[in-house]
Design a protein around this ligand. Structure first.
Ligand code: H2P
Length: 817
């Protein structure tokens, strides 16, 4: 147990906070108030460790990582904090003594959802691992007023509801007004000559005040508390009568509005680039504030700015934070008066970039017009970086315009952020082995050839502390009973479970736990969806953002096929199956939203058809988010990881399912490749085109979905049901767009861009294998246990250790109280 925790003190602190914050005694309190009082009491427990951690960092003058990210999908903090200081049983008891149930109190916390999907959740797992391993790190991001929208399903359609997560205040955060920083936009650059030297100053700008809020990131059982620092925006000077007099009224109102809009909302887009001016403002806003603060903090204890990179490293989570490169240059050039070469050396030794996708629509490219108007000084610096880089290209490849065309940072009227990130840093990494290989050999081939030393792979990982210890208490107790608790901080240790995989008693215990977790999910589904599902059926789950390349459509088309089989033959011998979906679609992504409607329409028909004897159920779980994800992973039998090979950079849901003993049904894509390598192909269900095959078709053509349509009766029947009103009698044309996307060669896109019809037959075969395999309970239990036992590689602790070893070079710190 953490040294700071004492049961009686904790109880007193809860009572004290209840009185102080709400002027109430515990027996008058609502659950929400109880949650707040407990959260404040938790903060009381960790606050000394938080202070001690930072004292220790200062004392040891450590190198610090700044993990720069537009998104941190943290999920609820309360439960996770309590397990981190290892006091869960005590806290549970205290609450029971006060007449409350810990689970119900945890349910009161809003899910801080400052992220879309995998990218933001990865950042959250990384912070957890950094703190648990004792590495000095800040997460830096934006304190969006509205995070990811709440999803409601109305009449089968997704409806987006703003998520006002700060409505009742957030007890874990601390406002750090003392670190408020000015960030400037627009205006123009003036050259001032001083002592024979040129200096560049931005004038006529608008500015906002960036004010940081700190959230504690609690290491597991080690007294380390790191910080997630998210920036809020405030007007610099709220407007006064004075401004009216000076005629500055307009400007004062503009500054006020700028501050309000800049942090208003997270762009709910995933693997897609919106190209909105406000988005670039958000990027520069949090980057400028974070970089300015990092430099200032460094200079408080050091006198030589030239050695900045020895004590600081910036990891750019995708291209979103790439303005960190020119912003650091600006500070070094304009504020510290360094020469270009000096500034460039420091910058390129400080910044490192992670690529998360090869989807071309996700590539950020800003029109010069917009970029230079919003960030005039930054643009000048980018142009100069580009000029020098193009020179280098010409030296290396004389006369090769093709290289310039592909690699230039400023080209064709646009600033290309990925190119800037690659050139402005010392490291470029992909997020799974296959993804990194595709980057090196295809997408970023020219850069790889020019600077191979920068490229490296860091296969993603997840934190077992949230996704097993917290999310699946039954399984985690069982694991600990079998092999001890070392797995909590050393996941490869979980391999010791393998010896139990063949033991019939252990298999039975494992399956009982899975069953109880399915009962828990069934209860959640009944409560939230009003659908009755049978926990004895196979729980076949696909939860992730809705995107065409992730192929939720292929999944539901297969369900439609299966339903046809059952209608033809109600006695069909099949293990009952519950197909579970959870997914948010970007608000403007029409086809993705239509896919949600399709899933719900199919569910409506199938779930109400008594003739099939409940052999198939289809459930769309509303508002998929971190808190219900924990319940879903724990209950899954089958993990659907069915992206078009080459498109899913890594995936991380695949790892969470594996850790909870679900078997992967997947393509050889992203980290699936490494999962299969660890667990053995015989303990997974693999199907479909390989990434090489997909890439070849994309390059050379030769795939015609019409051929499949014409020759495969079952597929044709399913597709016709999209346009004959089978699932939408009131509007037979409702799903026409989906039908067209698969077959229509008239549109500009290639028909069936994501090879759904191509892979559908082999997907169906793999599904049949699952049906057969599940009938042998002992085989299934063994394979499931082996999945858990072989999940060791996929801890984010391993990923972080690799980043530390190859990129960040941080030192571990011990914090004694
Ligand atoms: C993305 C990729 C995933 C990857 C994740 C983290 C952008 O997440 O697509 O393949 O695992 O980053 O690196 P997502 O699609 O879930 O938003």
């Amino acid at each position: 147990m953490s040294m700071g925790f004492d049961k009686e003190t904790f109880k007193k602190s809860v009572l004290f906070n209840m009185k102080n914050v709400f002027r109430k005694t515990v027996d008058e309190a609502t659950k929400e108030q109880m949650y707040q009082a407990v959260a404040y009491a938790v903060k009381d427990v960790i606050i000394d460790e938080w202070i001690a951690t930072h004292k220790e960092y200062e004392k040891q003058d450590v190198k610090t990582l700044y993990y720069l990210s537009m998104e941190f999908l943290m999920g609820r903090a309360l439960g996770n904090s309590i397990i981190s200081f290892m006091a869960q049983p005590d806290v549970k008891e205290v609450l029971e003594e006060l007449g409350f149930d810990l689970n119900a109190i945890e349910d009161q916390e809003p899910d801080p959802a400052l992220g879309n999907g995998g990218l933001g959740r990865l950042a959250a797992c990384f912070l957890d691992s950094l703190a648990t391993l004792g590495y000095p790190a800040y997460g830096c991001g934006i304190r969006y007023r509205y995070g990811m929208f709440k999803q409601k399903i109305e009449n089968g359609y997704q409806v987006e509801i703003p998520d006002d997560w700060l409505k009742n205040g957030y007890p874990f955060e601390i406002r750090r007004a003392e670190y408020a920083t000015e960030v400037k936009f627009g205006g123009y650059v003036k050259v001032v000559r001083e002592d024979g030297k040129e200096r560049f100053v931005q004038e006529g700008y608008q500015s906002v005040l960036a004010v940081p809020y700190d959230m504690p990131i609690i290491g597991y059982g080690n007294n380390v508390v790191n910080t997630l620092r998210i920036w809020d925006a405030q007007a610099i000077n709220t407007f006064s009568l004075d401004s009216f007099d000076k005629g500055d009224y307009q400007k004062a109102v503009e500054q006020e509005n700028l501050a309000k809009t800049i942090v208003e909302v997270l762009y709910p887009n995933d693997n897609h680039y919106a190209g909105k001016e406000l988005r670039l403002k958000q990027q520069y806003f949090f980057i400028s504030a974070s970089v300015q603060r990092a430099v200032k903090k460094y200079m408080e204890n050091h006198d030589d700015i030239h050695k900045f990179y020895e004590k600081n490293v910036f990891q750019l989570n995708d291209t979103h934070p790439t303005v960190a490169v020119p912003e650091l240059m600006r500070i070094l050039l304009d504020d510290y008066g360094l020469s270009w070469d000096e500034a460039w050396e420091i910058t390129t030794k400080t910044c490192a970039y992670t690529n998360h996708t090869i989807m071309s629509e996700a590539l950020e490219k800003w029109p010069i017009e917009l970029f230079s108007r919003l960030l005039p000084r930054i643009y000048q610096i980018v142009e100069e970086i580009n000029r020098r880089f193009q020179q280098k290209i010409s030296q290396m490849y004389p006369g090769n315009q093709d290289k310039v065309r592909k690699m230039a940072i400023v080209y064709d009227g646009q600033v290309r952020m990925a190119n800037l990130a690659i050139v402005g840093g010392f490291s470029v990494n992909g997020v799974a082995r296959l993804h990194t290989e595709i980057l090196k050999n295809q997408e970023l081939k020219d850069f790889y050839e020019m600077m191979p030393e920068k490229f490296n792979n860091k296969t993603n990982g997840i934190t077992q502390r949230r996704f097993l210890l917290h999310g699946n208490p039954l399984l985690s107790e069982w694991v600990t009973k079998k092999i001890g608790n070392e797995w909590i901080t050393n996941l490869p240790h979980i391999h010791r479970l393998a010896v139990y995989a063949d033991d019939p008693k252990c298999q039975q215990e494992f399956m009982d736990i899975k069953y109880q977790n399915k009962v828990r999910l069934a209860r959640y589904i009944k409560e939230h969806n009003g659908i009755e599902v049978d926990p004895r059926s196979i729980f076949d789950v696909q939860v992730k953002r809705l995107h065409e390349y992730k192929r939720q459509l292929m999944n539901i088309l297969h369900v439609m096929y299966l339903y046809n089989q059952l209608k033809d033959n109600p006695n069909l011998d099949m293990v009952p199956r519950t197909f579970i979906f959870g997914a948010k679609a970007a608000a403007g992504y029409r086809r993705a939203k239509l896919t949600i409607k399709l899933i719900n329409s199919v569910a409506e028909v199938i779930n109400n058809d008594r003739s099939i004897g409940g052999k198939i159920k289809v459930v769309f779980i509303e508002d998929y988010k971190v808190s219900n994800a924990e319940i879903i992973f724990a209950a899954a039998d089958v993990s659907e990881q069915i992206s078009t090979a080459s498109k899913e950079a890594s995936g991380t849901g695949n790892m969470k399912f594996m850790l909870n003993g679900a078997l992967t049904l997947g393509t050889m894509d992203g980290a699936n490749v490494e999962i299969v390598e660890e667990v053995g192909a015989e303990n997974a269900f693999i199907f479909g085109l390989t990434s090489d095959e997909v890439i070849r078709y994309e390059r050379e053509g030769g795939y015609d979905p019409m051929e499949i349509f014409n020759n495969n009766y079952e597929i044709r029947r399913v597709l016709m049901q999209l346009i004959n009103g089978y699932y939408s009698p009131q509007d037979p044309e409702l799903f026409r767009d989906i039908y067209n996307s698969l077959l229509n060669t008239m549109s500009s896109d290639r028909a069936d861009t994501y090879f759904i019809l191509k892979d559908l037959p082999s997907y169906g075969e793999a599904q049949k294998r699952i049906d057969q395999a599940y009938r042998d309970e002992s085989w299934w239990a063994k394979a499931a246990i082996l999945n858990v036992a072989n999940s060791g590689k996929f801890t984010s602790d391993r990923t972080i250790l690799e980043y530390v070893r190859d990129i960040w070079h941080l030192e571990k710190v011990n914090v004694e109280l």
